[in-house]
Design a protein. Structure first.
Length: 454
């Protein structure tokens, strides 16, 4: 530890009280004090939606992030609490009828899983196409889609401090166990990395790996310090804890131990990046979130931010510009603006690609160069991450200009390609090639990859 850090930490301990982590799920909706001010009908609607989609919120989010005077339109309320329109009307009515007549748990569970099955629980072929092997066996909880980077889902990290209503991994937080992707074994992940010298980045994700105790995180992170894993240059930790539970880095009993772990990784010469999910600038406005940011950066780790563009939450260039400006001021590096994925409550949150590009462009124009490091709007689709670079008119045809930021084949990256302009399209599969072509340049190759995996 550097001495400057020690000095500031003393001050910290005096100014931030530890807070017990208190969390509510669908079974405890009635116990949330703040909801009691809402009409009974609205609380019933929440129960209906929470019977299908995952719900979990903690007291810090309720007390410090949501502006209850602005409910239901408040963006942080929309981010964490179920809303009626998140389900199709017929599905909502079906579930509402079951709850009204006091149906038994089994009947509710059956209806819920039927409704979920129609919500595209595993977008972009996550289950079939990304199963790496170690010693002849498929490893659960590992995804290796792009050459440089392996994603790892530790089993104890498959939950979050609160759930986001738009989450594209929602399926792993609801009843049906077969939908989960998780690994319980550090050993297999490490073996896989040892056998793949091409891999330079590990991204530990979830759920949220920051729900894990530091002593559990150590199982995965400490071995990366070894000579045999020197090719792993970057360790990323995907998390929402920075804004949903900043206490994780400040007052939790093992917060200091966590920071010391990050510092050791940094001192060993690795790049450590906390990939923070940020959906709205308000999330980084509290004193404790700022203290968490300061303490993380003090370890030498970087914080990069990412999040999707969402109707009802941040479909507004000013909201993005404010958030990016504030992030830069606090030392966070804007990384990705995503397009909301084609799963779960996507109808509720989706924004046409044309609008997404317009929000991105306007927001970019409002920030200095340091805020323009976010790429996007980007669709994480089966073939790769596809960015909408803009709308143009070429020989009288209005087109989207697109490029791969990441591709299953690295050779696809950074080649501009074109789709017919469509003001309604919300995802890659809605787009048609421009200029009378019958397919995009990567399609044959991608199809071959898919059929090989089947
Ligand atoms: C985004 C992503 C990565 C990381 O890609 P970068 O371009 O390095 O940020 C890795 N794996 C998957 C599956 C991803 O979606």
């Amino acid at each position: 530890m550097r001495t400057a850090a020690l000095k500031i930490e003393t001050v910290t301990e005096e100014s931030f009280e530890p807070r017990p982590f208190q969390v509510y799920t669908d079974r405890h909706l009635d116990r949330i004090e703040a909801l009691k001010q809402l009409p009974e009908a609205q609380r019933f609607e929440m129960r209906v939606v929470a019977s299908v989609l995952p719900f979990r919120v903690n007291q810090y989010v309720i007390d410090e992030l949501i502006d209850w005077r602005a409910v239901p339109d408040d963006p942080l309320f929309q981010l964490t609490f179920p809303q009626r329109e998140m389900l199709e009307e017929a599905d909502f009515e079906r579930m509402a009828a079951l709850l009204e007549k006091g149906a038994d748990k089994r009947e509710i569970a059956v209806a819920a899983s039927e409704i979920r099955a129609r919500l595209n629980p595993h977008p972009a072929g996550q289950m079939e196409l990304n199963r790496p092997m170690v010693n002849g066996e498929v490893v659960n909880g590992l995804q290796h889609k792009y050459r440089e980077t392996v994603l790892f889902f530790p089993a104890q990290g498959q939950t979050c401090h609160s759930y986001c209503t738009f989450c594209f991994r929602w399926a792993q937080f609801v009843g049906d166990k077969e939908l989960r992707i998780a690994s319980s074994e550090a050993g297999t992940m490490l073996d896989y990395l040892r056998q793949h010298p091409d891999v330079s980045d590990v991204l530990i994700t979830g759920g949220d790996p920051m729900v894990m105790k530091t002593r559990n995180l150590k199982q995965y992170l400490e071995p990366l310090l070894g000579e045999d894993l020197a090719h792993i240059q970057t360790v990323r930790l995907g998390t929402k804890a920075l804004t949903f539970w900043p206490h994780r880095f400040v007052t939790d009993p093992d917060a200091d131990e966590l920071l010391a772990l990050l510092e050791r990784l940094v001192e060993s010469g690795k790049h450590v990046a906390l990939m923070a999910h940020i959906n709205h600038g308000r999330e980084i406005g509290t004193d404790i979130a700022r203290e968490a940011i300061r303490r993380i950066r003090d370890t030498g780790a970087e914080i990069r931010s990412q999040g999707p563009l969402l109707a009802h939450i941040n479909n507004d260039p000013d909201a993005w510009a404010r958030s990016w400006r504030e992030q830069v001021r606090l030392g966070i590096i804007p990384y990705y603006m995503f397009v909301e994925r084609d799963t779960g409550a996507k109808r509720y949150f989706e924004v046409p690609l044309a609008r997404a590009w317009d929000v991105y462009r306007q927001a970019m124009q409002k920030v200095s160069g340091l805020g323009r490091t976010a790429r996007g709007p980007s669709m994480s689709a089966g073939p790769g991450k596809v960015e909408i670079q803009g709308v143009a008119e070429i020989h009288g045809e209005k087109v989207f200009v697109l490029r791969f930021i990441q591709g299953r084949n690295p050779d696809w990256v950074q080649r501009p390609f074109f789709a017919r302009y469509d003001d309604q399209a919300t995802w890659l599969n809605h787009l048609k090639p421009a200029f009378g072509e019958d397919r995009f340049f990567f399609e044959d190759e991608y199809r071959a990859m898919v059929s090989e995996a089947e």
